[in-house]
Design a binder for this molecule. Structure first.
Ligand code: PMV
Length: 310
């Protein structure tokens, strides 16, 4: 057989994380500079190989809650394949694990796509997204569904849990500088901790989520209509960060990178994803992005990515 390969991008949440778990909207964009790749080659019994996480398992022997094996099983079931083929599936990812850039969703999406390609079947983005959502539940219990949606549709989205996807039209392209704290923060844990805090004082927390909703809706207008401009979008990101810090999901490492980006001329900066570590994003004008990137490296960012959202 010929080798079959498929890829999937990462993602960045622009605003609305956490509140999105509680039914408020959020905005996310695909991150195309970093991808996960799934490769199928002829082999003996179906073998799953993920060198980045030192995994090498026969599908038959993988734990039922192993996310890679789960995506393979779900996809084969969806395609109506009863017996796993004689193949070796190798998964590589340039996305750091557990840092809010959608690595889990990207890996699952690449697996769904490569198996569909192998069988000459087309899986729509909505089909892939629904399968990946099932696997996301293994990663972090109560996902909103934003990661699987933005990664499998590969489009900027205005997302509300349980609603049909709404694509976001980007009126004026903008630049994001992404800085990685290098700290792994499991999404399930950060989301679970916040859930417990909310249970103790739901009125207060729901008030914060309402404030985030207002910010997200204004950000959507800023991006789609380009009426209020990039500087206003930056301010909205700063406001969102302030609430996220109040919610207890920021961290000293994130705050250090956010402050460095603002000092270097970012129009706004915030954590992105679950927080507690992981990545932050800064809104930049194209000409100031390199100096913000340099400031983030100076502030000990583990990795810096500049990306254009269009
Ligand atoms: O997977 P992460 O770390 O990007 O987190 C996703 C964003 C959350 O809103 C915190 C969780 C969710 O399911 O939407």
């Amino acid at each position: 057989m010929k080798t079959v390969r498929a890829t999937a991008p990462g993602k960045v949440i622009l605003c609305g994380e956490h509140a999105v778990v509680y039914g408020r909207p959020a905005i996310a964009v695909p991150l195309c500079q970093r991808a996960a790749t799934a490769t199928l080659e002829a082999g003996g019994s179906f073998r799953l190989v993920a060198p980045d996480i030192e995994q090498d398992d026969l599908l038959d022997r993988a734990r039922p809650d192993d996310p890679l094996a789960a995506m393979v099983r779900l996809t084969l079931q969806h395609l109506g394949v009863e017996k796993p083929p004689q193949l070796r599936l190798t998964i590589r990812s340039a996305l750091p694990v557990g840092r809010g850039l959608g690595s889990g969703a990207a890996v699952s999406t690449a697996i769904g796509r490569v198996l569909a390609a192998f069988y000459g079947r087309s899986l729509s983005p909505a089909d892939v997204s629904a399968l990946v959502y099932e696997v996301e539940k293994l990663h972090h219990g109560t996902p909103s569904g934003i990661d699987n949606t933005v990664v499998s549709f590969e489009q900027p989205v205005y997302f509300i849990k349980g609603r049909p996807i709404r694509r976001l039209r980007v009126g004026t392209p903008f630049t994001l500088v992404i800085g990685d704290t290098g700290v792994i923060a499991p999404t399930g844990q950060v989301v679970g901790d916040l859930r417990r805090r909310r249970q103790a004082d739901s009125e207060r927390y729901d008030g914060y989520f309402d404030e985030i909703e207002t910010i997200v809706n204004q950000a959507r207008m800023a991006i789609e209509e380009d009426i209020i401009g990039l500087a206003a979008l930056g301010k909205l990101m700063d406001q969102n960060q302030e609430i996220l810090a109040t919610l207890g999901v920021s961290s000293p490492d994130l705050e250090r990178l956010i402050a460095a980006a603002r000092r270097a001329g970012a129009l706004g900066a915030k954590l992105s994803g679950a927080g507690g570590g992981g990545n932050m994003i800064a809104l930049a004008r194209p000409e100031t992005a390199p100096q913000i990137a340099a400031a983030l490296r100076q502030a000990k960012a583990a990795e810096v990515i500049i990306t254009e959202v269009s």
